[in-house]
Design a protein around this ligand. Structure first.
Ligand code: FES
Length: 143
C-alpha cells in the first residue's frame, strides 16, 4: 500500500514526465514535417557521398544546381564550397534555376539564398538543409 504522500509524489513525477514528453514530441514533430516535405519518400539530403563532377563547374561567387542529385552547391570564395538540398522545403519540388544567387522553386515561387539556404521568399518557411561537401582531386563530393 502506498501512502497518500508517495501517491502525490508520483503524480508530480508523472507531470514532469508529461512535460518532458511534450517537449520531445515537439522535436519529433519538426523532424516529421521535414520528412513529409520529402514528398515521394525520397530523402532531401543524400545519405551516401555523391560525386558531383568537377569543382571548377561551380563559379567562384556563384552557384550550380544539380537537379538530378537534388543539390545546390555555391562557392562564396575560391576553394570554399557550400551545399544544400535543392528540394524545396514547402512541398518538395526541386529548384529549377538560380537567379542572382537565389534558388527558385518552380512550384509556388519560393526563393532561397544559395549561400545560406535561408528562405528569401515564401511560401516555404524552412531553410534548405545544409549538406556537407568537399573538393577532392578537383571533384566535388557531397553528403
Ligand atoms: S514546393 Fe516550392 S514553393 Fe511550393
Amino acid at each position: 500500500m502506498s501512502s497518500p504522500q508517495s501517491a502525490a509524489r508520483r503524480t508530480v513525477l508523472k507531470g514532469a514526465a508529461a512535460i518532458v514528453g511534450a517537449a520531445g514530441g515537439g522535436t519529433a514533430l519538426t523532424a516529421c514535417s521535414a520528412e513529409a516535405a520529402g514528398g515521394s519518400g525520397s530523402r532531401a539530403v543524400p545519405e551516401q557521398p555523391v560525386e558531383l563532377g568537377a569543382a571548377s563547374e561551380v563559379p567562384v561567387g556563384g552557384a550550380k544546381l544539380y537537379r538530378e542529385q537534388k543539390l545546390v552547391v555555391s562557392c562564396p570564395a575560391a576553394g570554399q564550397y557550400k551545399a544544400f538540398s535543392a528540394q524545396c522545403t514547402h512541398a518538395g519540388c526541386v529548384l529549377d534555376k538560380i537567379v542572382e544567387g537565389e534558388g527558385n522553386c518552380p512550384c509556388h515561387g519560393s526563393r532561397f539564398d544559395v549561400n545560406t539556404g535561408k528562405v528569401l521568399r515564401g511560401p516555404a518557411a524552412e531553410p534548405l538543409p545544409a549538406v556537407p561537401v568537399r573538393a577532392e582531386g578537383g571533384k566535388l563530393i557531397a553528403g
